[in-house]
Design a protein around this ligand. Structure first.
Ligand code: NAI
Ligand code: UGA
Length: 436
């Protein structure tokens, strides 16, 4: 099948590359010309494991192309995926201007039937607004449908998640749209991955409810971690003990410095606003946000506890990305922690395997904040090491070497990468989350 993807970011690129891998002919429309030029050369503008290989396969096989021309994109196929951003507005609601723009430009460009599919995360009933917008700008009698097909991939494992989904959710209003979506996803449903067909509003709501629920799990376990610290219990074992209960599950019970990323913070905000707009107070989610925002202060307290003061202290930081295996720093806890540490006079040497370029665009390097190309370089002469992202390469680091390189063997681990007993045996003063 021919498929058009509008928006060449994390979701659009993965969606396009995976649909091409599954045997479709894909055209990705991206409005930033530099990104398109890069993509045409076979270079991905983002780091995502497995994506480079799929891009190469699609480009060389002729099944994956890129353009900045939305009119060309819209008329390339019958099915147009909207994969543009839906960031937060100041009041917490989702900014749908990029979605509106795509709906408007599709209406103006289309010459035959289109199925417009929302893959971007949008508030419930956005499909009504997309439909109304297309109708308004179309001005001609051309049939079209609007469907919702929310995306559940995680950054860092996006290609794997797309090709091995826990579920595919498709919200449609008619048989034609349903048949197109079923055909498109057949290679995955034939392999046993479940496809749930709903109405569009339900599909839209499933997405916000899922992300908010996962964020709630994280805030819950972070609160329990604080409780563990004050009572002498061990959060890792508490999570394990809870997780064996199939109704709870172990996933997303990793305590730490809070959730970040381009989705949970904005989607929880949007869900609170969606409820508010229909007269419901989703106080539970406001508490989820509050607990999450307090994680930064809690971590700083730990650092101060370990070091007393930070003025002129040489601090190594491992990890800047909001999670491992990505170069994405959107809403990363590091964005709040690093300025706090600098404000308190710390002199930082930071290292991240993939996110340093993005981070150093926000916080330019200087005397107090240096970026180094190696994790061991970061800890040379340091009076403390702070771990902000649980990259596997940190878990595998030679910690004896790290101890020898540091001036003081103090580690404050925001992601529970190491076992406390092991670290103490190695001679570290080791602080972590929820483990006294
Ligand atoms: N990043 C993630 O892991 C996931 C994101 N989502 C949702 O997917 C949507 C997109 O997210 P990301 O891919 O992370 O955003 P992104 O910001 O990485 O990518 C969006 C892209 O769309 C392009 N764009 C905007 N307007 C355009 C237009 N009119 N024509 C062509 N290109 C246009 C932008 O230049 C940008 O490259 C959001 O609604 C997000 O909530 C859903 C699941 C996972
Ligand atoms: O809508 C989206 O964009 C996506 O949002 C999340 O994916 P993502 O943000 O890429 O990454 P996660 O693995 O969910 O991690 C999000 C944040 O939660 C934190 N986290 C996660 C799990 C955990 O147990 N503890 C914890 O603190 C991570 O460190 C990270 O900062 C969801 O997991 C995806 O299903 C969804 O598609």
């Amino acid at each position: 099948m021919r498929v058009t993807v509008i928006g060449g970011g994390y979701v659009g690129l993965v969606t396009g590359a995976c649909f091409s891998h599954l045997g479709n002919e894909v055209l990705i429309v991206e409005k930033v010309p530099e990104k398109v030029e890069k993509l045409r050369r076979g270079e991905s503008p983002i780091y995502e494991p497995g994506l480079d290989e799929l891009l190469k396969e699609g480009i060389e096989g002729g099944s994956l192309r890129f353009t900045t021309d939305i009119e060309e994109g819209v008329n390339f196929s019958d099915v147009v995926f909207i994969c543009v951003g839906t960031p937060s507005l100041p009041d917490g609601s989702a900014d749908l201007s990029q979605v509106e723009e795509v709906a408007r430009l599709t209406a103006k460009s289309m010459k035959s039937y289109k199925l417009l599919v929302e893959k971007s995360t949008v508030p419930v009933n956005t499909h009504q607004l997309v439909k109304k917008t297309v109708q308004r700008y179309l001005g001609r009698d051309i049939p079209f449908d609007v469907a919702s097909n929310p995306e559940f991939l995680r950054e860092g494992s996006a290609v794997y998640d797309f090709l091995n989904p826990d579920r595919i959710v498709v919200g449609v209003e008619g048989d034609k749209a349903r048949e197109i979506m079923e055909e498109l996803y057949r290679p995955l449903t034939e392999r046993g991955f479940p496809l749930l067909v709903t109405d569009p509003a339900t599909a839209e709501l499933i997405k916000h409810a899922s992300n908010s629920f996962l964020a709630m799990k994280i805030s819950f376990i972070n609160m329990v971690a604080d409780l563990c610290e004050r009572t002498g219990a061990d959060i890792e074992l508490v999570a394990e003990g809870m997780g064996y209960d199939k109704r709870i599950g172990r996933a997303f019970l990793n305590a730490g410095i809070g959730y970040g990323g381009s989705c949970f913070p904005k989607d929880v905000k949007a869900f609170i606003k969606i409820a508010e707009d229909v007269g419901l107070d989703f106080g539970l989610l406001r508490e989820v946000e509050k607990i999450n925002s307090e994680r930064i202060g809690r971590f700083i307290e730990k650092v101060l506890n370990a070091l007393w003061t930070l003025k002129d202290k040489k601090i190594a930081v491992w990890g800047l990305a909001f999670k491992p295996n990505t170069d994405d720093i959107r809403e990363a806890p590091s964005l709040k922690l690093i300025p706090e540490l600098l404000k308190k006079g710390a002199r930082i040497r930071a290292y991240d395997p993939k996110a340093m370029e993005n981070f150093s665009r926000v916080f330019l390097p200087g005397d107090d904040l240096m970026y180094v190309q190696d994790k061991y370089e970061a800890v040379k002469g340091a009076e403390a090491l702070l771990i902000l992202t649980e990259w596997e390469e940190f878990a595998k680091a030679d910690m004896e070497k790290v101890r020898e390189l540091m001036e003081l063997p103090i580690v404050v681990d925001g992601r529970n990468v190491f076992k406390p007993n092991h670290m103490r045996a190695l001679g570290f003063e080791y602080y972590s989350i929820g483990r006294s």
